[in-house]
Design a protein around this ligand. Sequence first.
Ligand code: N7H
Length: 481
Amino acid sequence: MNMPKLDLGEIQGDVLTGMQKDAELFLFFKIADANRFKNLTSDLVIGRVVAARRVRERERIVLQRPSSAAREPWLGLNLGFTMDGMTRLLGPRRPAMDPAFERGAAHPETIALLNDPPVTTWLADYRSDRIDGVFLITGPDPSFVTHHGNLLRQLLEPAISVVTAELGTVRPGRYRGREHFGFVDGISTPGIRGLTRVSRPGIAPDEGLPGQDLVWPGEFVLGYPGQNPKDPNKAGPTQPLPAPWAKNGSYMVFRRLEQRVPEFRRFVATEAARLGMYPDLLAARMLGRWRSGAPLELAPLDDNTLLAANDKRNNDFGYAGDPFQRACPYAAHIRKANPRDDPAEGKAGTLTHRIIRAGIAFGPEVAPGETQTMHPRGLMFVCYQASIGRQFEFIQSGYADNPDFVGGKRRPDNHRPVVPGFDPIIGQAKGNGARSMDEPAPNYPAGNRRTVLDMPDEFVIVTASGYFFMPSITGLRTLLS
Ligand code: N7H
């Protein structure tokens, strides 16, 4: 099949590459007057929505500037709608879209499927009767995005009313690029066929950077061929569009995830002492990478910061060569969230469950003496995909929350079956129940010491969630006409 050519001038900018963001304002709104909203947004806002092409041009400039240079005052603006918002725009007889999107993040079935905490425990602001849409406003600092958020409100209110606004910011100074538990984030992201540069065309034509699988674009953007679930390199079908305006659109999952950082640190220190290992190694066994970003598969017992910093090496691994979780536990966050070549059916299946992550941290640094979380902080998790059910929801419920995944593993000594346990970072048990993971202490390169990590409490708490559709630029024009 010919390589699909992506309409980069059409696809919203956050979807494929992530807009440049040192700060991001999420403006969740309700449409109060649909006609006025349509007129105002068509006339004054769509022209400012940043598409993928612009984001990529900016990225080229970022790569050329010295890392110490001041951030450019670039505004990023994207816009998405919930199923309620789509109904406000198109009326109740609009075409049905992705089934999970139509169910919505707050639906009892979604809550049950993901083992999410009940909506009554979510942050009060999100428990509005309705959220119709979200503006993503990105820029170099909080005052910039807040200013542009205020301008947008002046343009659109009272045709919209803002339900809640949230600010995400990258962490300061040397913590830049790290999430609040201290791990470098944003290392592993799927490559996209027809877009991502192949770094070694002669040797590895199906990879971007070494270890970065190329995925067919229909997994993330509607109207293109997706993955073939039987062959990692072949295209699968192009899913039918609900309507022509859906072409070049994508579904976004938003989750406001609070992280209990002092509690996580204390737990890791106490349990590491119990298990007789040093805390950084236990934290790495829970995540699958060291805080530096070095993967356990390549650095099983000691951190390796040179490896971590080398993007030609830091993602170049699989799990098939580690069948007994000696280097990396089956339940480690990255082994669960992207099992690569581990499942018995091989890599082709895994590639149908990939997502593009584009979140940002929020909240202050841990204050001196803050031994129990006093100030909310965490991750505004954002991911993009073509099917929320097959991608985000599958990762959460089929992998992270499923103690039996990855299946079919046996102990090396007695061949008994292994229950890998929960993803210690994002896994959730029913009713907020206790979780455990297998083999926190490494048996590397050999050994058969059996250990279990019991986790009575979660370190990541869902405090709000939403499913959005991010139309193309032409899609926006059609929906708002
Ligand atoms: Fe995760 N963390 O810092 O602990 N994640 N994540 N995630 N995550 C990854 O490889 C983290 C969350 C994925 O391809 C890294 O880029 C935290 C959700 C996937 O090998 C780190 C939270 C979901 C990958 C974290 C959180 C995922 C991944 C390693 C919540 C989906 C790529 C850096 C507060 C349901 C795996 C990297 C691969 C990597 C962390 C949430 C999915 C450090 C703190 C909700 C697919």
